[in-house]
Ligand binder design. Sequence first.
Ligand SMILES: Cc1cc2nc3c(=O)[nH]c(=O)nc-3n(C[C@H](O)[C@H](O)[C@H](O)COP(=O)(O)O)c2cc1C
Ligand code: SF4
Ligand code: SF4
Ligand code: SF4
Ligand code: FES
Length: 595
Amino acid sequence: MAYRGFVLVCGGTGCESNKSSVIFDQMQKKMTELGLQNEIQLVKTGCFGLCEKGPIVKVLPDETFYVDVKPEDADRIVQEHLLKGRPVKDLVYQYDESHKNVKIENIPFYQKQFRIVLRNCGVIDPENINEYIARDGYKALEKVLFEMKPDDVIEELKVSGLRGRGGAGFPTWRKWVFTKDVESDVKYVVCNADEGDPGAYMDRSTIEGDPHSIIEAMTICGYTVGAHQGYVYIRAEYPLAIKRLEKAIEQARELGLLGKDILGSGFDFDIEIRLGAGAFVCGEETALLASIEGNRGMPRPRPPFPAVSGLWGKPTVINNVETWASIPVIILKGGKWFSQIGTETSKGTKVFALTGKVNNSGLIEVPMGTTLREVIFDIGGGIKGGKKFKAVQSGGPSGGVIPAEYLDTPIDYENLQKLGSIMGSGGLIVMDEDDCMIDIAKFYLEFTVDESCGKCSPCRIGGRQMHNILDKISKGKGELEDIEKLKQIGRAMQKASLCGLGQTAPNPVLSTLRYFEHEYRQHIVEKKCTSGSCKELVSYVIDPQKCIGCGLCAMKCPVNCISGEKRKPHTIDQAKCIKCGNCYTVCKFGAVIKS
Ligand SMILES: Cc1cc2nc3c(=O)[nH]c(=O)nc-3n(C[C@H](O)[C@H](O)[C@H](O)COP(=O)(O)O)c2cc1C
Ligand code: SF4
Ligand code: SF4
Ligand code: SF4
Ligand code: FES
């Protein structure tokens, strides 16, 4: 049956948590009521990327892009737009004064993006394998099984220049070759979908929006390296992604795309899901493998590398979700095509979860080599509230901050590393003038100290020591020699820790010290935190010129330390103030000054 139109409702976690399922159900109900169900197809998709403006509903073929849709808007869209052909103007995404219906490719958020990994997210129904197949899904697998030898696949990957997107950027083809060339009766393929970095949700969204791309890629790898069993190790806190992946595996099995004798080729491969153990360190590959084996997820020294001795001592390829999702496209379009995107050393695209003080936070995919300025200002729409950009944090707890002077740096593995940060898995957190760098460093260190498995002392003891020093500084009790101590312990941890967690944990501290040492000094010498984040160093005073004596601040003060007569300037008893900031927030006259 041919439909005259399509309605795509975002079913990503962000939009679902804002009731996009209710919108979907209501639209379905209204369409049935009006007899439109055979004319217009309603589809629940994965994330569109512009999560900040969700729930998102897109109508085709006219490409109307509705944002901030609420359940009560569902009937209007059906009645007005689908029945009468009049887009509901107040819900259409407007990026300028024209108030015109805009095509998605004209929206600035999408203009500099290029979607390979996210090619099907926001386009297909991830719970319907036929929609994946209709977009060339499983064609790469067919090509590999019937037209390519394992070495041809490796060659294509080599030409593509694809490097692992899980953080370290190791060439994917090389890892596959190690496993392929080892003699072994049993080999394994693993997808690392643990994604524990604060602020990152690229892998979750990819699986939610396009689970089959992972299944197809893992099967291709199985054929290439000689493995017959795959595991997806997925974060247990991702129920929607797990559900969609389970459904996708079932559907692929039903169609003979997984299991015995795939597509009649004689090749057997199957996939099982393993739920993550809830620890950040379980994302580290050797800890992850231990966790799949049913042991406590603790890293072990490498070599031997998992590619040679992995799951139950057998050769195991382990790749990140985004790495996997790129593979079917490389096979179909060719490694050469892929290698033309990106920079000299970093090919293809990178997905980022853009969050923090940026206007359009969401999920983006850009060619490697796009500058930070393009990402934050052109795609991200600049800094919230017109504030000043201060720095961007990349690579999560393993990464670092990059200040404004490097905004024009093209993003690739080497450039970010040169700046003292890393690409990491792709969390980008934008910070403005109100963010304190000591506070940021402390936040990440708190995370890694909490998540350290404790197996080796540089990480277990060094991390704690660094955190104690930062805590002291943030309370105005630091000494100048603490700066050197932080650097020394940080360098020791980088060198002596057993796994990547401890080796990279000092990065947020060292990079904030590299660019913002003056802020550390200010906290230590002047006992001052200009951004006002370090509570102990902030004081609140009332400007008698501005105070009109309304008394609101006194009413909201939890310790009753504000006094004053009605319509007369009020004052704060500094000795009693607990620095909660309530007075600052409630005063409508800007009379409370934070300094
Ligand atoms: C503490 C720690 C946590 C990690 N977490 C993840 C993760 O959540 N997802 C991921 O793909 N890689 C993670 N990695 C990197 C993996 O160990 C591994 O390098 C990666 O999965 C390999 O895939 P790739 O070659 O496709 O990047 C982590 C590494 C460390 C040290
Ligand atoms: S570096 Fe930290 S997380 Fe890694 S093994 Fe050592 S203690 Fe465990
Ligand atoms: S809320 Fe502001 S204006 Fe009102 S009493 Fe407090 S400081 Fe003065
Ligand atoms: S910061 Fe909190 S405790 Fe201090 S004066 Fe204001 S409301 Fe009272
Ligand atoms: S979850 Fe809906 S746009 Fe991202």
